[in-house]
Design a protein around this ligand. Sequence first.
Ligand SMILES: Cc1cc2nc3c(=O)[nH]c(=O)nc-3n(C[C@H](O)[C@H](O)[C@H](O)COP(=O)(O)OP(=O)(O)OC[C@H]3O[C@@H](n4cnc5c(N)ncnc54)[C@H](O)[C@@H]3O)c2cc1C
Length: 370
Amino acid sequence: MSHHLVVLGAGYAGLVAAKRAARRLRDSDVTITLINAGDRFVERIRLHQLAAGQHLHDLPLLDLLSGTRVGLITARVCAVDAAARTVRLDGAPHSVGYDTLVVALGSRPHHGTVPGAAEHAHTLAGAGEAERLHRHVSRLAPGSTVAVVGGGLTGLETASELAETYPALRMTLFTASGTGDGLSPHAQRHLQRALDRLKVTVHSGTHITEVHPGALLSDDGTPHAADAVVWATGFRAPSLAREAGFATDEQGRMTVDRTLCSVSHPEVYGVGDAAAGHTGSAGITRMSCQTAMPMGRQVADVIAARLTGREPEPARVRYVFTNISLGRHDGIVQFTRADDSPRAAALTGRTAAAFKEAVVRSTVLAIRRC
Ligand SMILES: Cc1cc2nc3c(=O)[nH]c(=O)nc-3n(C[C@H](O)[C@H](O)[C@H](O)COP(=O)(O)OP(=O)(O)OC[C@H]3O[C@@H](n4cnc5c(N)ncnc54)[C@H](O)[C@@H]3O)c2cc1C
């Protein structure tokens, strides 16, 4: 019987890993199965656009996998039994055995311990959540307030996109630190001008401590009106890897060595948001699409090398730039050093928006071609 390689999650990392492994290995050597909760590829980096009511391309996984010999199972992974090397699913075939497992289950929004956040706030966890946010926001009366909590890239992109699409709404952004931390001074000035132009009111250095229907409370006791709340304070890996007994860090990301192999289970690999990979000089990998896709490619190469008796090259992720869209016609491309710190150079305005759109399109093209 041939070796069974099972990949969990068909996002940026998992889809690339499964397709590339299929190209690198012969049919007689390995059977490849990709398991995903839905039957569509979700362009997660466009979810703020979906939340603003824009139409996204329909990308059936079967279409993206056509011509490959990757078998697709559409089901939710409920658990991994590491001792039995079996994955349990919520639908047929209910359980799948593996010889090698790649965990690429992405990440989930992190509500922390803020009362009311999980109950009353929207997130951009997936396409369903983004569409729900859009339904809510599109029905609000003019003058209503939308509060985005979290001033990282997801919060900035969401606040800008909604502000551009719904100028009659009041847009507020709450950030625990500053705005655009990690950008060069030139890019920060541009960000400030863009948020002013879009009439996004920014509350920097403000911790939100409670979420209620129609209002937020900050740590100084001030109530803030909020007819819709978007929670964008960060992401955590799903608990599945930890529950399976795989070594994980405090964010629930799998702890992997330089070949993306679990430090606790040598037959298991972790990629994308679900794993804390290593970079040359920037510490562990940042949760991002620009990290997930190289990790997917590299894990396929590592597994192909090991299954054919070769020594794998260590995986390496290098940062080049960070992209931020500020609506459809404005943006920032912050060029970065290999350690992810900002260089002085940054593109802004329409050029940056066009650059980002080209990068986003290129991800789907790369997935089709890999
Ligand atoms: C609004 C927004 C904008 C972003 N913009 C950028 C950007 O401009 N640049 C950038 O680099 N990054 C960006 N990111 C981050 C980026 O989207 C993620 O880092 C990237 O998607 C991680 O890829 P992944 O393959 O690890 O996970 P994902 O793309 O999330 O894929 C995980 C897959 O696993 C599946 N899955 C999860 N749990 C289960 C289960 N139990 N059973 C079966 N299947 C399951 C999911 O359905 C999904 O298909 C953005 C994120 C958001 C939310």
